[in-house]
Design a binder for this molecule. Structure first.
Ligand code: URA
Length: 245
């Protein structure tokens, strides 16, 4: 019996790869033939079937979310909406803005006052990798601040700022004159951007997240969402995989 005949359970690997965005079945067969695909750490062979609920599939060493029914949404969170499933103060939540089924969870959080891009998904594995500090995915913010930060203040933001929970890691910071700082960080501490800007003397008056790793989007109005494209999901998986230390 060859692998191609093999247990008639599960889904054929090339079909799984095709539906998760790796191109035509033919292209996916080539990926397998070229030895670039593994299942549970073992190089896959053409015709192999996988249990998409349990098997771990990787392409070029990058884990691929293959479970059926995984959804990935990109929301432009409006100000005043909380990033939890329910709020004791009765404020609207990000979950209220999205389809009820399947149930999704936010990837990390934005303060109620913060606007901008938020990912929500039912892919717990990708969520874990995106939020775990060791993967250090970049998040970019536009922070409108009080006053105009000097080159010295921007340098401090870049080099690291002493906060009450320790020094921040080096960041990217530039001025969008006259009152906005474009700040890119890869940590996820509580209210980090607000505290960093406050620490260099420029309290934040408005904060918008404009990019999460490879995902940026300018077309969504506040409160609007769209599904991520398969290419975007792939790009995120790849970003967390290459960012891993
Ligand atoms: N930094 C903040 O201060 N607030 C956010 O919501 C996100 C990052």
């Amino acid at each position: 019996m060859t692998a191609a005949d093999g247990p008639a359970e599960g889904e054929r690997l090339q079909k799984v790869l095709a539906r998760t965005g790796f191109g035509s079945r033919r292209k996916c067969e080539d990926l397998i033939d070229d030895g670039r695909v593994s299942v549970n750490g073992v190089t896959a062979i053409l015709g192999q079937r996988v249990d998409t609920d349990h098997d771990r599939v990787e392409v070029d060493g990058i884990p691929v979310g293959v479970r059926q029914g995984l959804v990935y949404y990109l929301l432009n969170k409006p100000r005043g909406v909380v990033t939890t499933a329910s709020d004791p103060h009765g404020r609207p939540t990000v979950i209220d803005l999205l389809p009820l089924e399947p149930r999704v969870f936010p990837v990390g959080r934005l303060d109620a006052d913060t606007e901008g891009l938020l990912l929500l998904t039912n892919d717990g594995d990708l969520t874990h990798r995106l939020t775990h500090p060791s993967f250090g995915i970049e998040k970019e913010y536009l922070a409108q601040v009080e006053g105009t930060p000097s080159p010295g203040a921007l340098r401090k933001l870049r080099e690291g700022v002493e906060l009450d929970d320790g020094m921040t890691a080096p960041a990217k910071a530039s001025l969008v004159p006259p009152h906005t700082v474009r700040l890119t960080i890869h940590e996820g501490r509580n209210r980090q951007v607000r505290r960093m800007c406050g620490a260099v003397g420029h309290p934040v008056v408005r904060l918008v997240r404009t990019r999460i790793g490879p995902i940026a989007e300018r077309q969504l109005a506040p409160g609007e969402w769209r599904p991520l494209t398969l290419a975007e999901v792939r790009a995120l998986e790849s970003a967390v995989s290459t960012a891993a230390k």
